[in-house]
Ligand binder design. Structure first.
Ligand code: SF4
Length: 379
């Protein structure tokens, strides 16, 4: 197949779903890791095609959703400084911190700018030497090479006014944590193809072997997802636990060596808190000593920040670990909607709650309407 339409072909999708159901002799539960895959599953009705025989649980694969509250609060505090510009991808602007979001900070006069690439922020710093420019560096391994390239670009030019607020996270330690759960129902992972395009598959081998779980590196279109499901189901049926690659058109076993070398030059693995999950050992990346001068944390003393306050009603922790589907959250579609989110999964374009709101809100609104006392009285 050469064109994206072929990966969305309805007949091919149905045939693959039929093949999965024909080969799965017992119910299986899989977890797709990436929020982009979650959105495809919801948009394409893949869960309905697979019936209850194959249950797809949604994993923590939305980097914006797992960015810790402390990082957001620090970014918000930086917007209060008169000579600081905070640059971010657009997704981050509506993510709630303890007291508001970056969009509100901009409305209050903070200098918050949306950029499409980290290098845009570094170039801004070069153009505006009187301002300190901070890039909010969030994301999985996929986005790290571009941030590392910006860091190197700034260092090579001797820029002293470009900083990184780093909250990058690494996927394999999170999968290890989920796989280690003594109550886990998941029998296989569909790993995120874009992450493995950069990092390769070596880090997934010990997880599959230790926990006896197939891991299929999968792409993002409906045909990709169903091919990944079929490969996982075949392994489960045969009693195998291999790392295999469905997304061969982008992923090699060794990943992208040039991108990995760039990451290694600038970053090193570190323990990092994941919002809703807690600290994951080696679950993130931090700047190496050679690049420590870029660390934005030095711009503001962390003890000057407010104590982070998670909204009590948000159940993102359970959603991110596949323990709850978004419509099971009592606030879904009621107190929490994209225009008034309680948690990051309702705002991010890769958030599971946003996916259900986009594609399944009709089901919930019918339920809400049926609980309306006024309607009940009319009936
Ligand atoms: S629906 Fe809203 S409140 Fe519920 S888990 Fe999702 S983001 Fe949190």
């Amino acid at each position: 197949m050469r064109y994206v339409d072929e990966y969305r072909d309805a007949d091919r999708v149905r045939r693959l779903a039929d093949a999965v159901l024909a080969e799965a002799t017992r119910p299986v539960t899989l977890m797709e890791v990436c929020g982009g895959q979650t959105h495809t599953i919801l948009a394409s009705g893949i869960q309905q095609l697979l019936t209850e025989r194959v249950e797809l649980l949604h994993g923590p694969g939305c980097p914006i959703c797992v960015t810790p509250l402390e990082t957001l609060d620090l970014a918000l505090a930086l917007t209060e400084l008169p000579d600081v510009t905070v640059c971010s991808f657009g997704d981050m602007l509506r993510v709630p911190g303890s007291h508001g979001d970056l969009s509100a900070a901009r409305a209050r006069g903070g200098d918050v700018r949306v950029v499409y690439a980290p290098l845009d922020a570094a170039r801004l710093a070069a153009c505006e030497p009187d301002r300190r420019v901070v890039f909010l560096a969030v994301g999985f391994e996929t986005t790290v090479p571009a941030v590392a390239a910006a860091a190197r670009w700034a260092r090579d030019r001797g820029l002293c006014n470009f900083f990184l607020l780093v909250s990058h996270v690494r996927v394999p330690p999170a999968l290890e944590l989920i796989a280690s759960d003594p109550e886990r129902r998941i029998q296989a992972f569909l790993a995120a193809g874009h992450v493995c395009t950069v990092m390769g598959t070596a880090e997934y081998q010990p997880i599959a072997a230790t926990h006896d779980m197939p891991i299929v590196v999968t792409g993002f279109e409906p045909v990709d997802i169903l091919q990944g499901v079929l490969m996982a189901v075949r392994q489960i049926e045969r009693g195998e636990a291999q790392v295999s690659i469905q997304y061969r058109r982008a992923v090699r076993d060794e990943g992208n060596p040039a991108a990995r070398a760039l990451i290694d030059e600038v970053f090193e693995a570190t323990d990092r808190p994941w919002r809703g999950i807690g600290i994951i050992q080696q679950g993130g990346l931090g700047l190496r000593q050679e690049y420590a001068s870029l660390d934005a944390q030095q711009l503001i003393p962390t003890d000057a920040l407010p104590q982070p306050e998670e909204p009590e009603r948000c159940r993102a922790s359970e959603v991110l670990q596949g323990r709850m589907r978004p419509p099971e959250c009592p606030e879904f579609g009621r107190g929490c909607r994209p225009e008034q989110p309680l948690g990051a999964p309702m705002v991010s374009s890769e958030g599971a709650c946003a996916a259900y709101f986009a594609y399944r809100i009709g089901d919930v609104e019918d339920e809400i309407a049926s609980q309306d006392p006024a309607r009940e009285a009319q009936a």
